[in-house]
Design a protein around this ligand. Structure first.
Ligand code: DAH
Length: 339
């Protein structure tokens, strides 16, 4: 028998087979492993007698026929549109239980803060991890000879760009783009050439924020910082405000919280001081406003840069920063899958 005849015969039989039993019988007849007419067809053909061309052609046609038959018994004929539902798939079957993933603790605090700040009318702009020297250093008023610019503190790329060392790098860009008044937060990943220990990583997350308007004062800054802290911790935390120096603020402050890992008694995370520097902040230096093309005589603003990694450690009582970046599923699966 020729292949074409076998196909004819198969299609004819298929058209006749109306019941499920008849079709099953047909399946054995054509596709059965031992006797199946299609399965065993090749045995009846002397392939060696064929030319290479003919063998190729035969192989193609044979595979087509086999596929046609297999599809026919899978519930659809070759020409029928895909998408018809196979009877053996039971759509009402319950899915098997799956362990849902969870959000990383740093993502959780980031999302929480994004929610809190967008509710207060702040926009969210994550900026860029690869930055210019201008945005990272000059724009924020960091002097040319500042040690932070050196290679042991900053990852410089060979093309003269750098990995941002702080989200402050986004301040001047956003000021130039949107002008004043302005309320914005910049969550994102920052990089520093640090040695690793319980509280330092060379990759960490910050969330920067700024608010610029007429008559912004320290009172506005303190009010927003209080809202931030109560929004994250949902409980009273003991804070202290110290003067802090940052080239991009005037005046600048360090807002510390009592260490929530040890309750203030001293541990490696707080370097045994009982306090953790959490929220550096201040009024924006007039030079930075100028660099952002905003008139410091007309507008003033405050800014802050909270370490999200440290915030997550305090919020969830994680004693070592390396747990957060280690990717250990036993740590990460303890956190919820959504806010
Ligand atoms: N950029 C600073 C850092 O990475 C943090 C900072 C301090 C940001 C004071 C600010 C600020 O916006 O006002 O250490």
């Amino acid at each position: 028998m020729k292949l074409a005849e076998l196909k004819e015969q198969f299609l004819h039989d298929l058209a006749e087979a109306k019941s499920a039993e008849a079709r099953e019988e047909l399946r054995t007849k054509y596709l059965g492993r031992k006797q199946g007419l299609i399965t065993n067809f090749q045995k009846s053909v002397d392939m060696r007698a064929m030319s290479v061309e003919a063998r190729k052609e035969f192989g193609k046609l044979f595979n087509q026929l086999k596929e046609l038959a297999e599809n026919a018994f899978a519930g659809k004929t070759a020409g029928e549109a895909a998408g018809d539902i196979r009877p053996e798939i039971d759509l009402t079957m319950p899915v098997s239980a799956m362990a849902p993933g969870s959000l990383h603790p740093v993502s959780l605090v980031q999302l929480e803060l994004e929610q809190l700040f967008t509710d207060m009318g702040f926009m969210v702009d994550s900026g860029y991890e690869v930055e210019t020297e201008f945005n990272n250093f000059d724009g924020p008023n960091i002097p040319k000879d500042h040690p932070a610019r050196e290679a042991q503190d900053t990852f410089w790329l060979t093309n003269g760009l750098l990995l941002r060392t702080h989200t402050t790098a986004n301040q001047v860009r956003v000021m130039r783009r949107f002008g004043a008044p302005l309320r914005a937060i910049f969550p994102g990943r920052c990089f520093r050439a640090e040695n690793l220990d319980a509280s330092h990583e060379n990759t960490f997350y910050q969330l920067e924020g700024l608010m610029i308007d007429k008559n912004i004062t320290i009172a506005n800054l303190i009010a927003v910082m209080k809202t931030l802290l109560s929004g994250v911790f949902h409980k009273e935390v003991t804070v202290r405000l110290r003067p802090g120096f940052f080239p991009f603020t005037e005046p600048g402050f360090e807002l510390d919280i009592e260490c929530l890992i040890c309750g203030g008694s001293g541990c490696p995370t707080c370097k045994r001081s009982g306090w953790v520097e959490l929220l550096p902040c201040g009024l924006i230096h007039p030079n930075v406003l100028k660099n952002g093309l905003i008139d410091p005589n007309e507008y003033s603003g405050f800014a802050f840069g909270v370490g999200l990694t440290r915030l997550a450690m305090m919020k969830y009582g994680i004693s070592d920063i390396r747990y957060l970046n280690g990717g250990d599923i036993r740590v990460l699966s303890q956190f919820p899958a959504m806010l």
